[in-house]
Design a protein around this ligand. Structure first.
Ligand SMILES: Nc1ncnc2c1ncn2[C@@H]1O[C@H](COP(=O)(O)OP(=O)(O)OP(=O)(O)O)[C@@H](O)[C@H]1O
Length: 634
């Protein structure tokens, strides 16, 4: 059995140019599946053709142009006015671009700094440019982290500046810190790039207050980041809490707030760091007495593009408002907290900014300046948006952008006297970087053969640690059943004693939280070999041993593709990503890759009928069993 890994797309570029077709999104979307694993349910679905949209603009113009009488020989002919060339996509993208993005610092992914061994003294300059305390360096080395990854080499010095130790202060009301936006490939170590500085700055606190808020899109990611923080903050006395809705609201309230009975303007937090999903965060802002964001020193928005796309209860505007000092009529947004009665304000426990707003007479007279929130916003994503509308909603303060390149391209792009690196242009054009250690492949298949092709790949490539993405929870369940029947058949027929039966499980939003956690833990321990899931865990989840990612159903857009394939090839390890593309989806999928300048990175493989022959009988038996199973349930 062999896979033809030759890149077929390079051949396509040699063909004569085809007549340009206008892209019609409706027509280019993948057609509904006719995958046999879904035949019992999807049988009725049929592809819809778009109705004709009538005559083209050119046709209409032609039809209304009057026929003039011939005046040949009497009038001189003048050149017709010509339209200027339309600006290119690149020129358009550069227009009105945020200055902060133009000034972005581009970081090569190969930049690393060693984490020097601790010499014992906290004050010595033995940090080797990492700006880390001796305690943190020791902790990192104990955990096997001996060098900082590219994104960390820039972020740590920026957030923990050595020359000016002001950045290690908890409050900076008159000289607030700059906000930060980071675009770096999947698996490049963005989590530690914010977790380490938070622990370094907060570990010197005396009183527990809510000083760091980390917002993530899913419960699974909240649990993952909590684990990282707990491991790294061991021995610091920092308290970490989560709010995801997994526990009852009152349970969460009791975990987050010390005293809910009296009205404490300074808040009453049990935790220094809160990791949460936006929905549950809103519930606490609105409904938990003495839950206050006035002491926030850090607000992290991880997977920022995904979270900024969620307008749930206008969560971002409300969070930002809750970090700002109240006006005389209460906090700057509706329905958050009761308005302040300024006569009863007690200075104890208020942040400097809230204190100045409430009791100006208590602020030293030489501080004429208005104090502002000390909260520093840190945004992270492998697919950071450049959408000005979304970015402006964040009200960023003198933001600094860091862009980590996926590869070491040093090329420079010049436009209208403006010089930008290729990496910066990639962010501007939303062309996302991939890990350098990732190999990408696609197989175009007839729909009816897709499951067989998938089983063939698993067997030929001897896959034992894979994440497989489908389009829905329902397709996940069906594929897992078919795979199990197929494994039964294969094991029964196998004469070889060393053939291990592959354990495959579904992971979907249909499962209760506790079961999802159990399945993820089993997969991490490699007790499950193949985890089939929907896009629920396509973002952020870090499982280091994933050697293969298979998109059994094509991803709907490039962002989804980037996050799915990024579950492998993490932290410098190699990994393979395969996408199974049904014939009618191929044009759309390839166009998606082409638009992202990524088509030539994905090798096209062909699998011949001959290669599939040894599996056909087992596959057909499995398919029959699946049909029986579903007909019993109808
Ligand atoms: N300096 C380092 N040395 C060794 N391993 C590291 C280092 N920094 C991070 N890692 C490991 O790299 C893996 C990927 O890191 P992380 O999950 O932060 O990636 P990410 O950039 O957030 O990816 P994604 O965009 O997919 O969320 C983790 O297992 C993490 O522990």
């Amino acid at each position: 059995m062999k896979l033809d890994l030759e890149n077929q797309d390079s051949k396509e570029t040699l063909k004569p140019p085809k007549k340009k077709k206008r892209l019609d999104t409706a027509n280019n979307h993948p057609h509904p599946s006719r995958d046999p694993s879904s035949m019992l349910i999807d049988e009725e679905t049929s592809a819809q053709e778009n109705p004709s949209t009538g005559p083209s603009v050119v046709d209409v113009q032609r039809s209304i142009t009057p026929t003039l009488p011939t005046t040949q020989g009497t009038l001189p002919s003048f050149p017709l006015p010509a339209l200027p060339d339309a600006p290119s996509k690149t020129e358009l993208a550069l227009q009105g671009l945020d200055k902060a993005l133009i000034d972005a610092e581009i970081v090569s992914s190969s930049t690393v700094i060693p984490v020097p061994l601790s010499s014992g003294s906290e004050q010595e300059h033995g940090h080797g440019g990492t700006m880390l305390s001796a305690k943190m360096r020791k902790r990192l080395r104990d955990l096997g982290i001996v060098e900082l990854f590219a994104v960390q080499t820039k972020l740590l010095p920026f957030l923990l500046n050595e020359e000016d130790d002001k950045l290690r202060r908890l409050y900076l009301p008159f000289d607030p810190p700059r906000d930060v936006c980071v675009s770096a490939p999947t698996g490049s170590g963005k989590t530690l790039a914010y977790v380490i500085p938070i622990i370094e700055v907060l570990s010197q606190r005396v009183v527990t207050r809510l000083r760091a808020l980390i917002v993530l899109p899913t419960r699974d990611l909240v649990a993952q980041v909590r684990e990282t923080i707990e491991v790294l903050s061991k021995g610091t006395n920092l308290k970490v809490g989560t709010a995801t809705g997994q526990h009852s609201f009152s349970q969460e309230q009791a975990q987050l707030v010390q005293d809910q009975s009296s009205s404490l303007q300074g808040g009453s937090s049990r935790v220094d760091i809160l990791i949460c999903t936006p929905g549950r965060l809103m519930d606490h802002i609105v409904g938990t007495p003495n839950f206050s964001l006035q002491h926030l020193r850090f607000l992290v928005i991880d997977e920022a593009d995904r979270l900024l796309a969620q307008s749930f209860q206008d969560w971002l505007a409300r969070v930002l408002a809750a970090t700002r000092a109240p006006t005389t009529s209460g906090l700057a947004f509706e329905g958050a907290l009761d308005p302040w009665d300024f006569d009863t304000v007690v200075p104890d426990g208020l942040s400097p900014t809230f204190l100045q707003a409430a009791r100006p007479e208590m602020t030293p007279s030489f501080f004429l300046e208005q104090s502002v929130s000390s909260c520093q916003k840190l945004l992270f994503s492998a697919t950071l948006t450049r959408d000005p509308g979304k970015i402006s909603a964040l009200d960023l303060r003198n933001p600094k952008y860091f862009v980590v390149q996926g590869s070491d391209s040093k090329e420079v792009f010049v436009s209208d006297g403006q010089t930008s690196s290729v990496a910066l242009m990639d962010v501007v054009m939303e062309k996302f970087s991939m890990p350098a250690t990732l190999s990408e492949h696609m197989v175009v298949t007839d729909t009816s053969q897709k499951p067989l092709i998938f089983f063939h790949l698993v067997n030929t490539l001897k896959v034992t640690n894979a994440l497989v993405f489908t389009k829905s929870a329902e397709s996940t369940t069906r594929l897992v059943r078919l795979f199990e029947f197929f494994e039964d058949e294969l094991c029964r027929a196998s004469t070889s004693l060393d053939r291990t039966r592959l354990v495959v499980k579904a992971y979907s939003s249909d499962l209760p939280g506790a079961e999802r956690k159990l399945i993820l833990d089993q997969f991490k321990k490699q007790e499950i070999h193949i985890l089939v899931c929907s896009d629920l865990i396509s973002r952020g989840i870090d499982i280091s041993h994933v050697s293969h990612v298979v998109s059994y159903d094509v991803p709907v857009d490039m962002r989804k593709y980037v996050h799915r394939v990024g579950r492998t090839a993490r932290a410098g390890k190699v990994g393979d990503a395969w996408t199974l593309v049904e014939e009618q989806e191929a044009r759309y999928f390839k166009q998606m890759l082409r638009d992202a300048d990524h088509l030539d990175k994905v090798k096209r493989s062909r699998i011949s009928e001959k290669d599939l022959t040894p599996l056909v009988m087992h596959y057909e038996m499995a398919l029959t069993k699946l049909k029986d199973l579903y007909s019993r349930h109808v």
